[in-house]
Design a protein around this ligand. Structure first.
Ligand code: NCD
Ligand code: ZN
Ligand code: ZN
Length: 484
């Protein structure tokens, strides 16, 4: 038998379907065998995983690495180091950088920043009124997917008009490309925020009062309607409310290709924590009352929400701790704490390790066109692997974050279950809990391996390109007149 690069011995290998005692052979960055230890080929390196679990690395659909534009908050290098140390092997970066990732030049700047990445990555380019004419060009230049800020948030990028959303979906539906949507209604929020400020409210809960669940209900519904009409694929970012789950559930039942993520903060935190933490926990959408937590878990279990992402949104401590809630930047780091937090909940019996792998790896791989290549540990797949210790206990501490942003609502939270080693395409990026410094730059774009399922276009005869083509008017008159 040919000697391979590595065999991971003696661990328990986890997929969404089963947990098996097996060894994993890796060669050239690819998993080449999974099975009984005595069937493994000879290897140049052996990793002992006795007593540990071997999981596909997490795929985080939603990070803000702030590069270019905000190096005091994060850089691609620091953010991807945080990902590596959090057991995250692929990230999708958001376009509200400076400049925003809505032009070819800005996209090229981002791709250059990403050359320092420890982990593999996709790039969500900006879908806005300004960029809607250039979506195909952005794809050709390396974007893997898009992000539409339908709700206002950090960066203050204007929400696309409904007209531009429809037209962009008409362009993306035939290409099968998925668009992430920040789904909150900007008009409702802007008006309420002004009314709250005028009334003198500067307390933490005023942030929630400005962004009620109905803003999420309305925006998801609108986006689902446009996606359904055109056949475009959409993905709801940071789903936060129990009240808006029915919109997702109904859209899925109608056959809309809509996926959704939620984040640990919406599953585990609520207004009690907002009162305790104030601006540190200010995030869009807001964490809500405790009654929202359990229904989000139930939605994950049912598949109404597909996956866990982090919305890793780092800011400097002084930007998070101002007196008025309105002056605190929204978001906080999360890419390196997600796995320990979720494994802790697995240990508490709230979900199985198989559920966790479905939510953290398999479902995002499927949504972004990486099924079978990432998010699974099977022969032929990338060896993106995290080896976790479900017994190790500890306390999360903001001082230990690799992120530049050393302020976190998870500070001092007790956890049980840690990622110990992270491999990206067979190479250690974290080993024994330590970043492997010289793996910077190992991360690659997933652009070349991305394969979205076949596009499902609907109502193409109504698309603006069809009705503005030369001769369209005559053709339509003909169709109207012809008997059938
Ligand atoms: C994000 C950020 O800081 O970029 N902030 C946040 O509160 N979630 C933007 C976003 O995802 O809405
Ligand atoms: Zn958002
Ligand atoms: Zn975000």
């Amino acid at each position: 038998m040919k000697t391979v690069d590595m065999v991971i011995r003696g661990g328990k290998v986890v997929s969404s379907q089963r947990i098996i005692s097996a060894s994993v052979a890796i060669d050239g960055g690819i998993v080449v065998a999974v099975g009984q230890d005595d069937t493994m080929p000879p290897a140049r390196e052996t990793v002992d995983a006795t007593g540990l679990y071997v999981l596909p690395g997490a795929i985080d659909s939603h990070v803000h690495f702030r590069d270019p534009g905000y190096p005091h908050k994060e850089t691609w290098k620091s953010g991807s180091a945080a990902a590596a140390c959090g057991g995250v092997t692929t990230v999708f970066d958001m376009p509200n950088t400076s400049p925003p990732t809505g032009t070819i030049e800005a996209l090229q700047m981002k791709l250059r920043a990403a050359e320092s990445s420890y982990v593999d990555f996709g790039i969500h380019a900006l879908f806005g009124d300004e960029s809607v004419d250039h979506l195909e060009d952005l794809l050709d230049a390396g974007a893997t997917s898009f992000k539409a800020f339908v709700g206002n948030t950090f960066g203050n990028l204007p929400a696309p008009t409904d007209g531009a959303l429809l037209e962009g979906f008409e362009k993306l539906a035939p290409l099968g490309v998925r668009t992430v949507v920040h789904a909150e209604n900007s008009s409702i929020m802007a008006r309420r925020q002004k009314r709250l400020r005028d009334a003198g409210r500067i307390d933490p809960l005023a942030h929630l009062a400005a962004r009620p669940a109905v803003a999420e209900i309305e925006a998801i519904g609108r986006v689902a309607t446009l996606a359904e009409w055109t056949g475009a694929r959409v993905h709801i970012a940071h789903h936060s409310a129990a009240d808006s789950l029915y919109v997702l559930r109904d859209a899925k039942a109608r056959g809309v290709d809509i996926t959704a993520e939620t984040c640990p903060q919406y599953l585990l935190l609520n207004t009690n924590d907002m009162l305790r933490l104030g601006g540190i926990l200010r995030v869009n959408p807001p964490v809500r009352e405790a009654r929202h937590n359990q229904p989000l878990w139930d939605a994950l279990r049912e598949g109404v929400i597909d996956m866990i992402a982090t919305d890793h949104a780092p800011h400097a401590p002084e930007e998070k701790t101002r007196e008025s809630i309105w002056e605190c930047d929204c978001g906080f780091p999360g890419v390196e704490t997600q796995m320990a937090l979720m494994l802790t909940e697995v240990n508490r019996g709230r979900a199985s390790l198989m559920d966790y792998v479905r939510w953290s790896a398999e479902a995002p791989a499927k949504a972004w066109g990486l099924a079978g290549v990432k998010g699974v540990i099977t022969p032929g797949a990338h060896a993106d692997i995290v080896i976790v210790d479900m017994d190790r206990t500890g306390t999360l501490s903001e001082n230990r974050l690799r992120s530049i942003s050393k302020i976190s609502p998870w500070h001092n939270r007790a956890v049980q279950g840690y990622p110990l080693h992270t491999l990206v395409r067979g190479r250690f990026v974290m080993r024994d809990g330590e970043l492997v410094e010289d793996a910077a730059g190992w991360g690659k774009t997933i652009k070349g391996i991305q394969a979205m399922p076949e596009a499902q276009v609907r109502h193409p005869e109504t698309f603006i390109t069809a009705v503005t083509e030369p001769g369209a008017a005559a053709r339509e008159a003909d169709i109207t007149r012809s008997p059938s």
